[in-house]
Ligand binder design. Structure first.
Ligand code: SAM
Length: 275
């Protein structure tokens, strides 16, 4: 008699699907981007470029919102782009598919098309470790924007960002069901702010995917980022800071321009840079 071996949940899970379901909230992000663009320019955002797009989840969701919306996604990794083509792009209607372009390339050599907005989300630009390289990237973005174009990016910090620690969150995936997302700030070097961060996933059956994603980043500070954006040619840079829910004392998901923030243990904010 052959012994039955049960396949673990980790072996059945798809790391890109888990990432989309634990890290990304494209609806909230696109609401923010569209609202702020309209407030700043008095017109609708139409052509959006998603840098470091990975599976192009955001780009694909953008074209679903309006028949006039167009998106370009750029990523260096063909494997993740191919996953996005099969799982996100293929789910769109044919007419929507035509409004998304997914480019296998380097954000340092972007396409010539001038866009309304460039998004660099989930701290992707932290992979630029040198000030000169980050400034060069921001300069290229600025050159890619229309006259009233806007760059949107997120940033994180607070004293917990300097700690080597793990944080867990319960999440849900359509195929696999419940799983736990683990954010692992594995190594932080206070001398140059270089850090190694990893994402692991664990499942109710006890199985795990260790190091599903691995990032070698520099933890940039908000003053550095604001200065570098100005040096790269942006005329105005705003920090959108999250408001506080009075009842829970937690973030309320509403971001507004601020010049003074609370010294929270861990915060996430948006930087909005106008050409
Ligand atoms: C942290 S993931 C970001 C995923 C997505 N932007 C999000 O919001 O969740 C970083 C992505 O950047 C891509 N990447 C790294 N260097 C790049 C470069 N120079 N040009 C384009 N993509 C790059 C990687 O392949 C990876 O898919």
């Amino acid at each position: 008699m052959t012994k039955k071996t049960k396949t673990s949940q980790a072996a059945c899970a798809d790391r890109h699907s888990l990432y989309q379901n634990s890290v990304q909230d494209t609806e909230a992000e696109l609401d923010f981007v569209a609202d702020i663009f309209k407030q700043l320019n008095g017109r609708q955002l139409r052509l959006l470029r998603e840098d470091f797009c990975g599976t192009a989840n955001t780009a694909c969701d953008w074209v679903k919102r309006n028949k006039q919306n167009l998106a370009i996604g750029i990523d260096l990794d063909e494997e993740v782009l191919e996953w996005g083509r099969q799982h996100n792009h293929a789910q769109l209607k044919p007419e929507q598919q035509q409004r998304v372009q997914m480019i296998h390339g380097d954000v340092m050599q972007p396409p010539a098309t001038q866009v309304d907005a460039v998004l660099a989300m989930n701290f992707s630009y932290y992979l630029f470790l040198e000030r000169a390289t980050l400034r060069q990237y921001f300069r290229r973005v600025c050159q890619s924007l229309q006259a009233d174009g806007v760059m949107f990016m997120d940033a994180y910090g607070g004293y917990e960002a300097h700690q080597e620690m793990e944080e867990e969150r319960d999440c849900e995936d359509d195929d696999i069901g419940e799983f736990v997302y683990i954010w692992d700030q594995h190594r932080f070097n206070p001398i140059n702010h270089h850090m190694n961060c990893q994402i692991h996933f664990k499942f109710p059956d006890g199985s795990r995917i260790n190091k599903a994603f691995n990032y070698n980043w520099r933890l940039w500070s908000l003053p550095e980022l604001q200065e570098i954006l100005a040096e790269a040619g942006f005329s105005r840079v705003h920090v959108y800071w999250e408001g506080t829910d009075e009842a829970t004392n937690e973030g309320n998901g509403i971001y507004a321009v601020e010049t003074e923030g609370e010294a929270d243990a861990g915060w996430i904010c948006y930087l909005v840079a106008q050409k």
